[in-house]
Design a protein around this ligand. Sequence first.
Ligand code: GFB
Length: 314
Amino acid sequence: MDKSSLIYVAGHRGLVGSAILRRLQSAGFENLLTPSRTEVDLTDQYAVEGFFDCERPEYVFLAAAKVGGILANSTYPADFILQNLQVETNVFDSARRAGVKKLLFLGSSCIYPKLALQPLKEEYLLTGPLEPTNEPYAVAKIAGIVMAQSFRRQYGLDAISIMPTNLYGPGDNFDLETSHVLPALIRKFHEAKLAGEWRVTVWGTGTPRREFLHVDDLADAAVFLMERYSSEKIVNVGVGEDVSIGELAALIADVVGYEGEIVYDPSKPDGTPRKLLDITRLARLGWEPKIGLREGIEQTYRWYVETGGMRGDD
Ligand code: GFB
């Protein structure tokens, strides 16, 4: 990519897309396409084809997706599989027809089997059953990976797929029903502190382990890989360390300044027991994360307090 390349960030109002946009802008890329959802509904085949035909982007970051935490995934399984498949098929096919030079597809660490060995190596894809709470989402993301590989083989589209671990940061969703754990706990502890409440409930048993990557690190890795990587092999993007949900809760309570009790609700699902990525492939390419978990949570908490968690829709 050079600074005048025409770049389309699909999903630019979401957590990931907005971070990629910030990263591109700060690096001096000046030709960025960011149509709103009313201008281009990515689930609408004709709208997407028309957009690509007309604008002819050279590079595409496919960060648009229907995403959510464990409860949203279990509650709306049809929306998760349908909308993600629609966006993927529309964007891949339109990109190919319009002669896009390169496309980067964002997958997810939930594509790996529920009980795979840890840390999760890229080659564990499709070696075992998935975690049931997010199987529809994971199947759609696996379809996107196979689509990238197939369009590369059949049409020569330079499509690459990267698999981020659990992400967080400014622009995240703080809705308690649909969010992921990290923003949910920031909000719960913050509201409890303000209301003088002495009890906060954390879902599940607190024992599952998760790896958390700041979205600005992910955006940096995405631009790095767009510029330097070309292969059908998927690439994990993570930090190489995980924490239990209990440890995460204690850390967030400390950052927020909540001093009350933390209780667990085991009637809520734990999800997959552990999801730690092996990041050797990415490290060999020369990239490493920069933002530590505590520092990232502090920065995200500041953003939440300043904005009230208001975000664009993804
Ligand atoms: O972040 P989360 O919703 O998604 O939940 P997953 C992670 C863990 O945190 C689970 C626990 O064990 C939850 O039970 N948890 C505790 C909470 N308190 C809360 C809370 O207040 N809210 C939430 N949301 N969780 C998602 C997938 O799985 O990960 C998606 O469903 C996607 O498909 C995403 O892959 C990255 O890590 O379990």
